[in-house]
Design a protein around this ligand. Structure first.
Ligand SMILES: [Zn+2]
Length: 280
């Protein structure tokens, strides 16, 4: 696993010469500069590369602001193919979900302290199907997973476990049948993660329900002895994110190596996975 740092900064149009010179001085030769759109400079370095500190100091010295640094973990094929469980990231969207188009949620068990967590989806999911385009899988802005009937058939043929399918409806009377979409809802919940899993709390964190305002900030770790039941699709015990007008906190999805291989062999793109650590 490599830790890469995506570096970006915007020195302002009048300082492009200075920025070019600084990058040349510290030895960053490959970078992107989106001149026409935003003026942002960006490049990627490995974590710990001395040039990152040099850039921060150089920009500070010349009053060119602070760079934004985003860390991403990158895995080899071998690391991914040998992991028993994988944290799934679907990276393409099909527009709004949650209650934006009238999907009904049962609010009778919402948290009495934060009023944010505890909503349970009651009706079929309603989206704008045109936003699905030709995608086989996508998530709504509220992280509901939507799949095409063809992919639903593939999951069934491969006898994958741990999920149910719910119909997805278009928000108007048009497109009643086509394309045929389903919401994939994992039905098995894993036990809580264990240290050293890092879970960050935002200002919206609620100590009563522990289901609002949490964010994973590391790889995930599980204790082997806690993992009583593992399916091909699983929800984390933890709810991540927080209630916003167009979304609520939700579990993350953990898939088996088998589910990953099925998705990969069927050329499901626009998804990423990260190996999950299981500690004996
Ligand atoms: Zn709460």
């Amino acid at each position: 696993m490599k830790r890469l740092i995506y570096v970006s900064f915007n020195p302002g149009r009048e300082n492009w010469d200075k920025a070019d010179k600084l990058l040349a001085e510290i030895g960053v030769t490959k970078f992107e500069h989106e001149i026409s759109v935003t003026g942002i400079y960006s490049f990627t370095l490995e974590k710990g590369d001395i040039r990152i500190d040099k850039l921060i100091n150089g920009l500070k010295k010349q009053n060119l602001g602070k760079p934004s640094l985003r860390e991403e973990r990158v895995y080899t094929k071998k690391e991914i193919d040998s992991a028993e469980l994988l944290h799934l990231f679907i990276t393409t969207y099909c527009g709004d979900g949650y209650n934006v188009y009238g999907t009904e949620f049962d609010k009778s068990n919402i948290c009495t302290k934060c009023g944010s967590s505890g909503e349970v989806q009651k009706s079929d999911l309603i989206i704008n199907k045109t936003e699905m385009g030709k995608k086989s899988i996508a998530i709504t802005y509220n992280f509901e997973i939507v799949i095409l009937d063809k992919l639903a058939d593939i999951l069934k043929e491969n006898e994958l476990t741990g999920y149910k399918l719910r119909p997805v409806r278009h928000y108007t009377d048009k497109m009643r049948n086509e394309p045929k979409l389903f919401q994939l809802v994992p039905t098995n919940t894993l036990p809580p993660t264990i240290p050293p899993t890092k879970i960050k709390k935002s200002d919206a964190y609620c100590s009563k329900c522990n289901k609002n305002g949490l964010y994973f900030d590391s790889e995930l770790y599980y204790s082997r002895k806690d993992l009583k039941k593992i399916c091909d699709f699983n929800n984390t015990y933890e709810y991540l994110g927080e209630k916003l007008t167009r979304g609520i906190s939700h579990p993350r999805v953990i898939i088996s190596q088998k589910a990953y291989q099925v998705l990969k062999q069927n050329k499901i793109k626009k998804m990423g996975v990260e190996p999950v650590n299981i500690v004996d």
